[in-house]
Design a protein around this ligand. Structure first.
Ligand code: UT7
Length: 323
């Protein structure tokens, strides 16, 4: 069961109309019409993935009534780790003082928190782990190309955290679905800068160590895969769309969210949307939305919530959870 949630963002909020001053040919109107985004958060020099993840984690632990010493595992989904080695999860472990925990990162892009939650469920089922912190967090503004209008307007920074405990009395994950398709990896990737093409001055100059995306292709695949994933999650839980109290989809684009909800036959009043205020925060998007939904009272004891995500890889997945 999801026993507590939290989220944190950097201090600076950036509006759409600030891009023009940076020399990017775009408008507030284009960004709002095509994506639904109005604002995103941008980390400053004193902010790190570890710092915002730790802040979100503390909030989730407080909500769950769990201390650092009680954490058995820390799983952190991210595509923008503070360092390539070691994982950001161990840095969060050190910051929290969670001395007993095993900690590791999950690399599944926007599906990172969802993969993490399903891994946590599996670890709890072994009987060896009771209390698991699952974080989704990104500093995407550090890995985007600030000259590329196709991507720079979309992404933002943030962290969402959840404390998972072994399910009791029919609460927790009722169905879970995970998929990936690596044949489409090049449609959303960082072409260079990893071990295959270590960073050189040329790579930095051409920006090929930053995120590159074939937007239209990603859009089509996202709609198709998220729609299918909703069907799978409902089938797996033996539920109908009408049973779902709230759909929390990955927040990449309002048009993708609307198309997914329409396919799933869930009215927009039952869909949580905050892409307007955060942009696409990849692995952080679902746990940030979940925390807001909980704190706004849109999720109560017994609520049935469906989650659906899609991202680079491609990776995608879904879950139905009873709170
Ligand atoms: O997190 C999961 C992965 N990410 C996503 O799910 C994102 C998926 N993709 C999308 O959300 C959309 O494809 C975008 C928002 C990225 C683009 O929207 P679109 O309706 O697919 O536009 P488009 O790529 O077809 O581009 C339309 C036009 C192009 O101009 P031409 O070629 O028609 O003259 C672009 O150059 O819009 C232009 N354009 C822009 N114009 C103003 C692209 N970016 C911008 C911009 N401002 N920032």
């Amino acid at each position: 069961m999801i026993a507590g949630t939290g989220h944190a963002v950097p201090k600076r909020r950036m509006a759409n109309d600030e891009f023009q001053a940076l020399g990017i040919e775009t408008t507030d109107e284009w960004i709002r019409d095509r994506t639904g985004i109005r604002y995103r958060y941008v980390a400053g020099p004193d902010e790190t993935l570890t710092s915002i993840s730790t802040e979100a984690a503390r909030m989730a632990m407080q909500a769950a009534g769990v201390t650092a010493a009680e954490l058995d595992v820390i799983v952190l989904g991210t595509a923008s780790a503070d360092r390539l080695l070691p994982s950001t999860a161990v840095e969060v472990q050190a910051a929290l003082g969670a001395t007993r925990a095993a900690a590791f990162d999950v690399s599944a892009a926007c599906t990172g928190w969802m993969y993490g939650a399903q891994i946590a469920e599996g670890l709890m089922a072994t009987g060896n782990h009771d209390t698991i912190l699952v974080i989704g967090a990104e500093l995407l503004t550090r890995i985007i190309n600030w000259k590329d209008r196709n991507t720079v307007v979309l992404f933002g920074d943030g962290a969402g955290a959840t404390v998972l405990k072994r399910s009791t009395k029919g609460r927790g994950i009722l169905s879970a679905y995970m998929r990936s398709d690596g044949t489409l990896a090049d449609l959303l990737h960082r072409p260079k800068g990893g071990a295959a093409f270590p960073t050189t001055p040329e790579i930095i100059a051409e920006g090929s160590d930053k995120i590159a995306m074939a937007g239209r292709e990603v859009f089509k695949n996202a709609v198709r895969s998220m729609a299918d994933a909703c069907d799978r999650a409902l089938d797996g839980a033996k539920l109908a769309a009408a049973d779902i109290d709230l759909l929390i989809p990955h927040q990449a684009n309002i048009r993708i969210i609307e198309a997914t909800a329409k396919h799933a036959n869930i009215p927009m009043e039952k869909v949580f949307v905050n892409v307007d205020r955060y942009g696409n925060t990849s692995a952080a998007s679902i746990p940030i939305a979940l925390d807001e939904a909980v704190r706004e009272g849109r999720i109560k004891d017994g609520s049935l919530v469906m989650f659906v995500a899609f991202g680079a890889g491609f990776t995608w997945g879904s879950m139905v959870v009873r709170f």
